[in-house]
Design a protein. Structure first.
Length: 417
């Protein structure tokens, strides 16, 4: 079995685990466990907390003490145990604690899986740039397959989704043993400092106003991303309360409909380089913000009726633009805007701003908004989505006014100071 095939399975299982619960856990907690929006937001916010420091911290461990694929295996074993425990938890506080522990183990494996792939491909003298995207796409496929499996088996409101994810974690942990051993760094001159691995030395970039503004907006946009991850599935399931929609496909298979968002990502990622070269980072990110306005606005007026379903479908399609034109273009902008000496740290800082601070704030604040517009078991979803659409539009207007476009061929001089 060649290394490319093994890595494809690694990524498939990596994101299969996440796809088994990320989109549907909110519905399980709200509908089955009767948790409020703040609790659900807090549970999802644990991903942001874990992303603040664990990827960098375990990156140091993988560099210096434990081979990356062995650390990967241990993280997924811990992930399996925590998911198994979470499946039996009914306390809001305990759910936050257990999912936090799970995320502390799981979130670093996203970065570790990338580094394992780079190491294995280079060891086989394969071109990383041409080969890695073809391998990474199997992660998106795994995510979609998991969503479909949970939806078609009717596990969206059941703790079985967590058991499926736990089983996937055990399988991935065992399968990772088939990979060649990744050697740790023995030459101390090549080791990253702890501060560098955590992205802390990149905070010097905040001295440059242009970069500082970019990272502030990265927090705001990172918060937007978590909103539909947290409450998209509960929103679609809420149509069961309307008699004529109770047996609709939207209610019966919400994860299948939401999976179109991931399919859209695969398409829109191909357009990012084209628009980056012609428009620059300012207008590409502006397109992303306006796409988020459309995403939420279409949610506000979408429903299972024939016309409303078209609006929901369009919302799923526009998600790919909203996500890729921010995430991918933002990473490319950071790559081109800093010197090589702090490139890795700058990427780490970008992750801290988006998946750390942004994800945590987006999850928790959106939980308060949902609770405010919920009476009994009924949520005024139209108002909720229009508030989020208004927030995205305001963000786009402010960004348009204060952010200056850049030539990606230029690099900042501030990062050399």
């Amino acid at each position: 079995m060649n290394i490319k095939f093994k890595l494809k399975i690694i990524f498939f299982l990596q994101f299969f685990i996440w796809g088994s619960w990320l989109i549907t856990l909110g519905s399980y907690m709200m509908e089955t466990l009767h948790f409020n929006g703040v609790t659900v937001g807090s549970v999802y916010g644990t991903m942001g907390i874990a992303s603040l420091f664990m990827p960098g911290l375990l990156g140091v461990v993988a560099d210096r003490w434990i081979p990356a694929n062995r650390l990967f295996m241990l993280c997924h074993l811990i992930g399996a145990v925590t998911l198994f425990i979470a499946a039996s938890v009914t306390s809001p506080f305990l759910m936050v604690v257990i999912i936090l522990i799970h995320c502390l183990a799981f979130m670093p494996t996203i970065a570790i899986s990338n580094s394992i792939s780079y190491s294995c491909l280079e060891a086989e003298n394969l071109d990383v740039i041409s080969q890695f995207p073809k391998i990474r796409i199997f992660g998106t496929i795994g995510f979609i397959v998991a969503m479909w499996l949970v939806s078609f088996l009717k596990f969206g409101l059941s703790n079985m989704q967590l058991y499926i994810a736990a089983a996937g974690s055990i399988l991935l942990s065992l399968y990772s043993l088939t990979l060649p051993l990744i050697n740790i760094t023995k030459d101390s001159s090549k080791r990253k400092s702890l501060a560098s691995s955590l992205g802390l030395d990149a905070f010097v970039l905040f001295k440059e106003p242009r970069i500082a503004i970019f990272f502030v907006f990265a927090v705001f946009l990172g918060g937007i991303l978590q909103i539909t991850n947290t409450f998209g599935n509960p929103f679609l399931l809420s149509f069961k309360n309307i008699p004529e929609y109770a047996d609709s496909l939207v209610v019966q298979y919400p994860s299948v409909l939401l999976s179109i968002s991931q399919m859209s990502e695969v398409v829109f990622i191909l357009f990012v380089p084209f628009f980056m070269k012609r428009l620059g980072i300012k207008y590409v990110m502006l397109i992303s913000m306006l796409a988020w306005v459309a995403r939420f606005g279409l949610f506000a007026y979408g429903d299972p009726s024939p016309t409303g379903f078209i609006l929901l479908l369009l919302s799923m399609i526009v998600y790919g633009c909203a996500f890729d034109f921010y995430n991918i273009s933002g990473s490319m902008y950071v790559e081109k805007s800093v010197s090589a000496s702090i490139r890795n740290s700058a990427q780490g800082l970008f992750m801290i701003m988006t998946n750390g601070f942004g994800a945590y704030l987006g999850s928790t604040i959106s939980g308060f908004v949902v609770d405010h517009y919920t009476t009994g078991d009924l949520t005024d979803w139209r108002t909720v989505w229009l508030i989020f659409a208004g927030y995205s539009l305001l963000l786009a207007i402010v960004f348009m006014i204060i952010f200056k476009n850049d030539d990606l061929n230029k690099t900042t001089t501030a990062n050399n100071s």
